[in-house]
Structures are given as C-alpha cells and as structure tokens.
Design a protein around this ligand. Structure first.
Ligand code: PRX
Length: 649
C-alpha cells in the first residue's frame, strides 16, 4: 500500500482549465473567497438563491447541541415543489426532465410538466393509502421513471422514503423495512438486467412472509411483465390505482428539518445504519454542488449520472440535485454491456450527453474491454466528466480523459459519503488545475482537515484521518432510531469534528488524496460493504463454525470480498461431498445480495487471532493479495499462518 501511495503522490501531470472553459465557467474562484469571509452567510445565500422557500428562514445553523445540527430551522419548503412545480411555473414545463431508456431499448421522454403531473397523482395515491407526513415508505424498484416519481411523491407529502437497492436480498429488504417501520412498499414485478427480467415482487413477498409487519400495502409497478404472486387486500397495481386518483395536488410546506429520507449503509458492525437526511440543508447542498461541480447549464446541458437510485449518488445526483436545478438528464435501466459493450457510449451519442458522472470501477472495466468500443461512437458532446465512489487511479483518470473526454474535458473526482449527503471535496471545473488521482480541495463552505491519531492536524506531505471540522448543510442528522450509535461512530474520536472513516494525505501543495477506509468497511465497485455483516451471514450457515472476511485489492472492483471459513467439525464429512465455496457464496447472495458475494472462499482449519481473540485481518489480507505475510508476532499461535498457507498452496 505505501508503495502505491508514494507513486501516487509523485504524480506530476497537471491540467489547467482551457481559457475558453474558464471564461464561461459556472463556478468562479470568488466562491472560495465569499465562503471563507462568511461561511454561514455563504450557505444562507445559496439556500435563498437555489431554492424556493414557502417560509423564509432567519436562522442558518444551530450547533448549540452537537452533534445534532439544524440548518435553516425556522424556514419551510416543499422538496418536490422545488424539484418540479416551480420549474413549470417559471415557464420550463416543456423542458425534458428525463430521457429514460429501458435495457431492451424502449424509451420514455418526460418533460418537467409531465413529471410534475405524475408526481401529483402519485402523491394523491399515497395519501389514499394512508401515507402522512413522517410516515416511512420503502421503495424497491428498478431504474425506471417510477422510482423517481415515487421518491418525489413521498417527499411531496413530507413523508420519508427508504430506497432499498434492487440488488439487495429479501432478508436485507426485510431488516430495512422493520428498522424504519415502513407502512408501504413500492416495488415492481421485475426489471431488466443483463438481457433478462429479474424479479423484485418475489423478494418483497419473501420479505413480508409470515405477516407480523408494519407494511399495510405493496404497490406494484408493471415493468417486467413476469408472473407474480398476489396477496389480495395487500397488493395493488400502480397503474390501476393511479387511474383512480385526482390529477391535482397542492404541495404543502414542511419545516426545513423535516426528515426526507433514510438510506441504509454498511458500518463496522453487522447491522446496517439508517442514515437520516432532512430537507432544506440537504437540498441546498445537493443543488449547489450539482450546479458548480458539474458546471451545469440547465437550458442546454444533458446530464447523466450512471448510479442507481438505491445508492446515495442516485439520491443526490439523479433525483434531488439535477431536478432542483431543472436539468435534463438520462436515466438508464440496465447494465453497461447489454446488449453490446458500447451501450453507454451509444447512449451518450444518442442523447448528446454533455456531463457524465460515473465510478472508477466502471471506467476500469471499460479500460479492460478496450477503447475500440467507445471509439465507435461520437462522444464529442461531452464537456465535463465526474468520478465518485473510490479513489480513481491516475491511469484510469487519464484513460477517462483521453478516450471518453477527447483529451479535453475536465474530470472532477468527487469525495463524499452517504453520511455527507452531497459532494464535499472536489475540483471545480474551470477554476481548479486538475491533478489525476487526487480529489484535491474542499468545496467552498466546507471545512476539511486531516488529523493524526491524537487529533493534531498534519502538515503538507503527511497523512492521517480525514475529518470535517465544521457542520455542513447536507450532513446526516443521525442514525435512524439510534442516537448513541450516531455519536459513537462519527463523533467520539475527535469531539465535535466529524470522523469520516477514511485515510487521507496532503501532498506537497496541500491538496487532498484519499487513501481508502481505515475501518472494517470494504469498498467493492464503489459500494460499501461491512466485513462484519458478511461474516455474520457466513456463520448463519449450518456448515460454518467461524468466518473472517477481508477486502483484497482487485484490479477492476477496487476491492473484492475474500472469506476464510472454518467448517464445523461434525459437518466436515458432508462438506467434502459438496462444493462448499459455491454453497456459501450462494448463501451470502441470499442473505445480503449479489454485491456481497465473496470472490473467493478459502476453507481453513484456524484463523489468525491475537491473544485477546481479535482476528488479524491484516494477515489474511496479505494471503488474499498473494503477498508475503507480515509481522505475526502478536498472534496467539504463530503457526496458524503457515497452516493457512499450506491449505491454500
Ligand atoms: O471511502 C470513501 C469512498 O466511499 C466511501 C463512501 O461510500 P458511500 O457512503 O457508499 O458513498 C459512495 C458515494 C458517495 C467513502 O468513505 N469514496 C467515495 N468517493 C470517493 C471515495 N474515495 C476516494 N475518492 C472518492 N472520490
């Protein structure tokens, strides 16, 4: 690791903005000056300029009870009104909000007027089903317009959505439904992926099996046309119900701190955390960052963020940021390689996408496939590229710029998290001289530092732990139902400075390089997974006595899940007769979801532990990455590592 970091920090390439880009850029250098002169005044200005407030706020930040912040507390707004009605009222109803493309090639073009009309009907439908402000609604949908419509309809009512990524299993869905005590689930029969329909309603049925749930209704969008089981009285077809409701709906105002959504993310324990975001501050930072980091001109740009709405990137940069800014965007249902490996590039040509935001893992898989695929298409409409989810290595950055960006487009490497709600560290196109591989600088109005273990800020050319030193508008307001865990996870290490869980380093110019997680959280294809959660899934299998999971470096996915498993003594004979690894991989998929399925499972007799019984994952990572095993002196039994290695060789 340290070798790689040294190489990275010697990265010498620099890309200053072109004169033309700089002259026309949306963001200007004076944003930094305004924000540092009066940080709170700066955010208050953004909130007033970018959003419509039904009741204007007079107070900006209340940090009198840390770590519980409020922003714009006495103001009131409606998040959906800000994303929809006001654009129509301003005369932009005919602007396309969504160019949707299904995986099989079917399309829908939805203007702001049409999207507003759909959301109004959906809000009436949810009201008819008993959804009121504050109620929780689980959304488990493919990437179809109804996912956006459902989220906005929930927001319009002042209710709280909990979107669960469609790749999560019934088990994961159930635990999220239970934790949030959701009243309604919105799902689809199925969605298209890799040329096939994958069922979603089946997973909802499995999740709700046996009753004893807070869920009163399941609203089902018809998409996959696959057969579904039906529970009379509980299940309702979206298209049947929506036909029955009124078209008009007046958006009521809700307090700025009204909860907007819960989004579950992996932590260091087995139980996912329900990250809570509220309305006014979240939407302010979503809109501000989307406009300035992507150099957005809503009247002429076509924007595309490839993230699924099941992740935070989809919340902030598919739904709330772009729609608050009145942008036109592409929404694509399927996978990049279906039906051919150039599908994404074909979409960029077709819709003349000008701003494109994706993850390093995707870029690296395209690099592997070769530049001949993107080169078949005209990508000259692109003018800004973005990256998110994990560090982007300079080689991938250069490929992205040359092959996708025609050697000219700025690339913004954006660091942020589910918890931060919106981008925190990034270059500003047209302002910042770009440095491949570095996320570079905190955004205007955002205060970041790197501290050593003792909480002392490190200097240039030094590394430590990334913290946010001042509250920010889109910060998480808590962990749903668990204020103690909120305090403990983020605020116990450095007092009232937010501990992000990431290692970082300043280079000699004082710019920031992210170095990955410092806790037991893995980053697989830009998705967060917890070692503890996968371990507990593995030990829930009747064959498993003990399990240890590590994130091993992987060329394409950044990290990959590698598991070391001890089989129960009384199961050894049976285990010999089956493909244990395949069985356990399938089991993890069922328990958590396919994204958590281990790349490799090694069956071992023992695990390396310290004298106090803590598993030494560092040593297992050495094995998984094929390196010489590091210092074993703190092991209770130093022979364990040779026993593991002899099993594997
Ligand atoms: O480790 C950091 C990494 O992704 C983590 C957050 O994951 P999640 O909450 O799922 O949100 C991902 C999308 C915002 C961070 O703690 N990460 C995210 N962006 C970057 C990154 N690491 C390096 N560079 C980035 N640009």
């Amino acid at each position: 690791m340290s070798n790689t970091i040294d190489n990275l920090l010697h990265e010498a390439r620099r890309f200053a903005p072109s004169e033309q880009f700089a002259a026309n850029a949306v963001a200007t250098a004076d944003l930094y000056e305004r924000a540092s002169a009066d940080r709170l005044g700066f955010w208050a200005d953004q909130a007033r300029e970018l959003l419509h407030w039904h009741t204007p706020f007079t107070s900006t930040l209340d940090w009198s009870n840390p770590p519980f912040a409020t922003w714009f507390d006495d103001g009131a707004l409606n998040v959906a009104y800000n994303c929809l009605d006001r654009h129509v009222l301003a005369g932009n109803g005919d602007r396309v909000a969504i160019h949707w493309e299904g995986e099989p090639g079917d399309t829908r073009t939805i203007t702001y007027a049409e999207l507003t009309a759909e959301v109004k009907k959906a809000a009436n439908l949810l009201t008819a089903l008993g959804v009121r402000a504050g109620d929780r609604v689980a959304i488990y949908l493919p990437m179809i317009p109804e996912a956006v419509i459902a989220m906005l309809a929930v927001a319009r009512l002042g209710a709280v959505h909990s979107v669960v990524f469609g790749g999560f299993s019934a088990e994961s869905l159930r635990s999220r439904i239970d934790d949030a005590e959701a009243k309604l689930v919105i799902t689809a029969d199925g969605g298209w992926r890799k040329g096939r329909v994958f069922p979603l309603k089946d997973a909802v049925d499995a999740a709700l099996q046996g009753g004893d749930t807070t869920v009163e209704h399941v609203l089902v969008v018809k998409r996959g046309e696959n057969e579904v089981a039906w529970t009379e009285g509980r299940d309702l077809w979206w298209h049947d119900e929506i036909a029955l409701v009124d078209a008009d709906h007046v958006a009521a105002a809700f307090p700025a701190e009204n909860p907007l959504f819960i989004l579950y993310t992996s932590g260091t324990t087995g139980k996912p955390k329900g990250i809570l975001h509220t309305s006014g501050g979240y939407l302010t930072q979503a809109a501000f960052t989307h406009k300035n980091v992507f150099d957005l001109r809503p009247e002429s740009d076509v924007y595309w963020c490839s993230a699924d709405v099941g992740w935070i990137t989809g919340h902030t940069y598919v739904v709330y940021g772009p729609l608050a800014n009145g942008a036109t965007q592409v929404l694509y249902e399927g996978t990049p390689e279906t039906p051919h490996p150039g599908r994404w590039w074909e979409l960029i040509e077709k819709y003349k996408v000008s701003i494109f935001y994706t993850a390093p893992t995707a870029i690296r898989s395209f690099m592997k496939l070769g530049r001949q695929h993107p080169q078949k298409f005209d990508l000259s409409s692109l003018r800004v590229l973005g990256s998110v989810g994990e560090p982007i290595n300079p080689e991938a950055w250069m490929w992205y710029r040359e092959v996708i960006g025609g050697g000219e487009t700025p690339i913004v490497d954006t660091w942020w998290q589910t918890e931060t709600g919106a981008i925190m560290v990034s270059a500003l196109p047209g302002v910042t001289t770009l440095k491949p591989g570095s996320a570079q600088v905190p955004l205007p109005g955002i205060s970041i530092d790197i501290l050593d273990e003792a909480g002392v800020p490190v200097g240039k050319d030094q590394g430590g732990l990334l913290v946010v030193t001042e509250p920010w508008p889109s910060m998480l307001r808590g962990i749903w139902g668990d204020p103690e865990r909120f305090k403990e996870t983020y605020w116990s290490k450095f007092g009232d400075k937010y501990f992000a869980g990431d290692g970082a380093r300043y280079d000699k110019d004082g710019e920031i390089w992210l170095l990955g997680r410092v806790d037991d959280v893995m980053n697989v294809s830009g998705h967060r997974l917890s070692t503890a959660e996968i371990e507990s899934a593995l030990v829930a299998h009747p064959l498993t006595a003990e399990a240890a999971v590590v994130g091993a470096a992987d060329e394409t996915t950044g990290q990959a899940v590698v598991a070391f498993v001890i089989i129960k003594q009384n199961q050894l004979e049976y285990a010999e007769s089956i493909d244990v690894a395949a069985e356990l991989r399938k089991h993890v998929s069922e328990q958590i979801g396919a994204i958590a399925r281990p790349r490799e499972i090694f069956i071992v007799n023992e695990l390396p532990k310290t004298r106090s019984g803590k598993i030494m994952r560092r040593l297992l990572r050495d094995v998984a990455e094929g390196r010489e095993v590091g210092d074993t002196t703190t092991l209770a039994d130093t022979a364990v590592m040779s026993s593991i290695q002899s099993k594997l060789s």
